[in-house]
Design a protein around this ligand. Structure first.
Ligand SMILES: [Zn+2]
Length: 303
């Protein structure tokens, strides 16, 4: 990987609770001001004060699908987005938010950019134009490559989120990921949540540097990962993102030690299982704080 990462680098999958809540933010939108700036700043500052080393912009502006489908052409927004024409790139989608995040962070942390994957977007739409899931997903991949290239000038790591890969893994997955990452020179990460045990041997074939999965909700995945030869770093989900209970430092450090046994310390990054969007803000922050403390215990730097 062409970037020097801290030992057992701490990061996030991406999303963070919106503060104030998203409904209030939409109502508050007036005078040409962008109320999401405050929400983005809150998310970034919460991650930094928890001690996270590779932070995200928090994706507080919208959910992972609408964040992109509302800004691409060829889509009519209904409760489920409807594809009515060829998917096209109208212009920057998350670029401004990443610039703002970078500005807020300064040199206090690294920044991870996040794009919702072409397959997940395709599976989330009603297709009234392409008549083929593969063509629709490729349409998204080509459009989003333009976003990826711009983001790679701003962020330190670029991640594609493809939760739908664990539901159905398309045989053209490699083509989608190489298309979206074409021309991107910074480290590339791939987050797939859910149970990836059956597809892990295929995920390691993808042209990415980091594979990021839910090892806390699916601890059995560690046996599968141990049995397969691969070169990528592992984003090791070591706190649950689907339960409000904040795990103790002891529980998290035990999980981290198992992860080290599984792939070795030099190839491990630590993060929650998935995005934290649906947790109360104080719970999300406490989970990150305990994750950082557990990491420091494991590397013998607990003070
Ligand atoms: Zn996820």
């Amino acid at each position: 990987m062409n970037i020097e990462l801290p030992e057992l680098a701490t990061t996030v999958v991406g999303s963070f609770p919106s503060t104030p809540p998203v409904d209030a933010l939409f109502k508050y939108c007036r005078d040409g001001q962008d109320p999401f700036h405050e929400s983005l700043e809150n998310a970034v500052e919460a991650q930094i004060s928890a001690g996270i080393q590779i932070v995200s912009d928090g994706q507080t502006r919208n959910d992972m699908v609408k964040l992109f489908t509302t800004k691409l052409s060829g889509i009519r927004m209904r409760s489920k987005p409807v594809v009515i024409k060829e998917i096209g790139y109208k212009g920057p989608i998350t670029v401004q938010d990443q610039k703002l995040a970078k500005q807020i962070i300064g040199d206090r942390a690294l920044l991870k950019g996040i794009i919702t994957g072409p397959f997940t977007l395709a599976m989330s739409c009603q297709d009234d134009f392409y008549g083929s899931m593969e063509k629709l997903a490729m349409g998204f991949a080509e459009a989003l490559n333009k976003e990826a290239r711009q983001l790679s000038e701003i962020v330190d790591i670029l991640q594609i989120d493809e939760p739908f890969f664990s539901v159905e893994y398309p045989e053209y997955a490699g083509q989608l990921i190489s298309t979206i990452f074409s021309g991107v020179k910074i480290p590339k990460a791939m987050h797939v949540c859910g149970d990836v045990g059956q597809i892990f041997s295929q995920l390691v074939e993808l042209p990415v540097d980091i594979l990021d999965h839910e090892f806390s909700a699916h601890p059995e995945l560690m046996d599968i990962v141990s049995d397969i030869d691969f070169t990528q770093h592992i984003g090791f989900g070591c706190v649950r993102s689907d339960v409000n209970e904040v795990e103790s430092i002891e529980i998290i450090s035990e999980r981290i030690k198992k992860g080290i046994d599984c792939v070795g310390q030099s190839r491990l990054l630590l993060d929650p299982d998935c995005g934290l969007r649906h947790l109360p803000p104080e719970v999300a922050k406490s989970k990150l704080e305990n994750m950082v403390k557990a990491r420091n215990v494991v590397i013998g730097n607990e003070s």
